[in-house]
Design a protein. Structure first.
Length: 157
């Protein structure tokens, strides 16, 4: 039996799902012997998947469950009065500058980090009781500013 014949008998979608199940089982297993056995099976699955791609039998996206890139949620902007020079100002919440990796114990430390990041794009602390945790920007184009924020936050993910 040739490698191509062997690969033709494999359901690669099912194989990828089974591989994910094994990875999850490893995570929750408390026995080293079980983890070692499952790791060996996962390595075998990896080798089969790699072989299918290397010989050109299947494309990478057909063999592996690749993560789809998820667009970030749009930023909720609140329009504020113009500054003294007549420039438009907008406020957003500081959590737009915090990632899942930013695990701090206090809210104050997260706000300080968000403010430091926002200052790179001209953001300042918004001092107002009705909008807690706000960062204010002077901008004529919030869509462009939003894209800059997303680009800035990519480096912290």
């Amino acid at each position: 039996m040739t490698l191509a014949e062997f690969l033709s008998k494999i359901d690669f979608n099912l194989l990828s799902e089974q591989k994910l199940q094994l990875l999850t089982m490893i995570e929750y297993s408390t026995f080293d012997q079980d983890k070692e056995a499952m790791t060996g099976i996962i390595n075998l699955i990896d080798h089969i998947q790699d072989s299918a791609v290397l010989i050109g039998y299947k494309a990478e996206n057909e063999v592996f469950l690749l993560k789809e890139e998820v667009a970030p949620d749009p930023i909720d902007w609140t329009r504020k009065d113009n500054d003294v020079n007549g420039n438009p100002r907008y406020v957003c919440h500081f959590l737009n500058f915090i990632t899942d990796k930013d695990t701090f114990t206090s809210l104050d430390s997260r706000y300080a980090l968000a403010l430091a990041r926002a200052k790179n794009l001209g953001g300042r602390k918004y001092h107002n009781k009705q909008y807690g945790g706000g960062i204010i920007f002077q901008s004529y184009n919030t869509q462009a500013l939003e894209q800059e924020i997303f680009k800035l936050m990519e480096q912290y993910k």
